[in-house]
Design a protein around this ligand. Structure first.
Ligand code: ADP
Length: 542
């Protein structure tokens, strides 16, 4: 017998309909690419999203067409997502930090038909547009006055493009499993791989992420996604915030400490989210300026492991709670969140930090396990680490075009490529990327643990650990550090600081000081590049 309930397809434009109906006046504030802070609200976002749908429809774009976006977090970017999805087309976020050739490769792979770009990225498009034959239209997310006049490309101003429409448009209707969004992984190994989200998976992901033990947000929240919309959907916030009517503050193109601080303060942001490198800049700014964060209550940190020292600073010096989270583009992206179960509520001080170093536990809709290389499941004991595998309701079941087939098994378990352990209460801790783990004398050493420990040293700004070939032990750890400005720690200072805090055989064999550590387009340490830089290195002890 089937249930007798209504069939109410989970379509993303229902989120913005809801926001406009119930929270129409709730603000979306943006530091615009043109400069000034601009304000709009959910009611206006919906009308303008419908104008985007009308403009796309009038230009002949159809269901299933890939419409690329190359933009910072702004209200225009948000409304264009909803407009694209509203005709059953697919927003395809592009990461402007990738090399132009990689962008052209990705656009060709996805066969993007049109692109909506911020002013800042017109030069990138000028370099690659003729290499993307599928591209029919370039819209610049600005008005006529700011549209570059001397470009070799045929550009159209967004405001003019949507300006000819009245917003009187019925969203198109289709199956909830229809594709609505696309995002490629950075491809640190091999070609980038396309993840294709569905309306259903995005709506369910948003429902999951607003739960109290996830982002825990409601209409009273003021949320600033510093994590860009092109990095795994801004961790879902462009869907989650309208679903609950939270105020959104978009940082636009400026992510330096002073600019982020200005918005946190002037807009009274209560929750924000970004990768650790962004928070390093903010914390350095706060330290220099002596400013405080009276409005901010919580900060979500993910994308790379959050160093313990960063959690301590936020919590002890600024009274801001850190929520450590783990996820992946392939997971929409939320995988685990570091909220405290009742068993951990009483934790304080070092014990609380010990727990917060873990990336947290899986919410409803995410199943996980760790296995050895033979796919045998390992115990949840908080120490046995192995390959982390996941499945669930907003997790990819394949990549676009069939790449990376070996990462998915017949029971839908997706091999994340991360190495982790899980404790008795389900709290997971990433110890490495499988390709970065150091194999020393047949045992594994976690580079993440060593890096986090090293940045706890007061004179160290950033640290990375790579394995260097060793005649006796196969590989041994080399610690590569950037010193804080004006500080000159020595190798023995750093090693003495670390001693006793990790197993003796995990201790780095040497420390190298550098001026710069390379990062990927999503803010992760680029270990492949570091390994290249240190390919000739050998330890002083042989
Ligand atoms: P990309 O692969 O495009 O750089 P993703 O955000 O999809 O971007 O990367 C996902 C990977 O980032 C995870 O598999 C994991 O290795 C790493 N990661 C994400 N969050 C954390 C975290 N809190 N701690 C450690 N690693 C993390």
């Amino acid at each position: 017998m089937l249930g007798l309930m209504q069939d109410w397809p989970l379509l993303c434009h229902k989120i913005i309909d809801y926001a406009a109906t119930q929270h129409g006046e709730r603000e979306i504030v943006t530091r615009s690419i043109e400069g000034p802070i601009v304000r709009t609200n959910y009611a206006q976002i919906r009308v303008r999203a419908k104008k985007v749908s009308q403009a796309l429809d009038a230009d002949g774009f159809k269901m299933g067409d890939r419409i690329a976006t190359l933009g910072w977090n702004t209200a225009r970017h948000m409304e264009s997502w909803y407009g694209i999805m509203g005709i059953g087309a697919i927003y395809h976020t592009l990461n402007p930090r990738l090399f132009p050739e990689q962008l052209a490769w990705i656009m060709n792979h996805a066969e993007d038909k049109a692109i909506l770009t911020d002013l800042s990225f017109v030069p990138i498009l000028e370099a690659i547009a003729d290499k993307v034959p599928s591209l029919q239209k370039i819209i610049v997310l600005t008005d006529e006055a700011h549209l570059p006049k001397d470009s070799k490309l045929q550009l159209e101003a967004y405001e003019t493009w949507i300006g000819g429409h009245d917003g009187d448009f019925e969203w198109m209707q289709f199956d909830e499993n229809t594709a609505c969004g696309m995002c490629y992984t950075s491809g640190t190994t091999g070609d980038p791989k396309g993840v294709v989200y569905s309306h259903r998976s995005n709506v369910l992901h948003a429902l999951i992420s607003c739960q109290p033990d996830a982002l825990g947000i409601g209409s009273n929240e003021v949320i600033m996604p510093v994590v860009p919309m092109f990095h795994a959907n801004a961790w879902g916030i462009a869907h989650t915030a309208p679903m609950v009517g939270a105020k959104v503050v978009n940082p636009g193109a400026l992510m330096d400490g002073a600019s982020i601080y200005e918005l946190l303060d002037s807009e009274k942001v209560s929750l924000t989210a970004a990768v650790p490198t962004v928070w390093l800049m903010l914390l350095a700014y706060l330290e220099e300026s002596g400013k405080k964060l009276p409005h901010l209550k919580r900060v979500v940190i993910g994308g790379s492991a959050c160093p313990r020292a960063m959690m301590e600073k936020f919590q002890n010096d600024y009274d801001v709670d850190v929520i450590h989270a783990w996820g992946m583009t392939e997971m929409s992206p939320i995988g685990t969140i570091g909220c405290l179960k009742p068993q951990y509520q009483g934790l304080t001080g070092a014990e609380k930090l010990d727990l917060q170093e873990k990336q947290g536990y899986a919410p409803f809709g995410v199943e996980m396990k760790v296995t050895d290389d033979e796919n045998v499941e390992l115990p949840w004991d908080g120490k046995t680490f192995g390959r982390l595998k996941v499945r669930g309701l907003a997790i990819a079941n394949a990549y676009y075009g069939g790449a990376g087939e070996d990462q998915f098994d017949s029971e839908s378990w997706f091999d994340t490529g991360d190495v982790a352990h899980i404790n008795e209460l389900g709290y997971m801790q990433i110890t490495d990327r499988a390709k970065d783990v150091i194999k020393s004398g047949g045992e594994w050493i976690s580079t993440i643990d060593l890096e986090n420990l090293a940045v706890g040293h007061p004179d160290i700004q950033e640290a990375a650990v790579i394995g260097i070939t060793h005649p006796r032990w196969d590989e041994r750890p080399l610690l590569i550090c950037i010193a804080k400005e004006g500080r000159q720690p020595s190798e023995s200072d750093v090693l003495e600081f670390m001693e006793g805090k990790v197993a003796k055989w995990w201790m780095p064999n040497a420390v190298a000081f550098v001026d710069e550590i390379p990062h990927t387009a999503t803010g992760k340490i680029q270990k492949i590049e570091l390994r290249k830089q240190f390919s000739e290195y050998s330890f002083p002890d042989g």
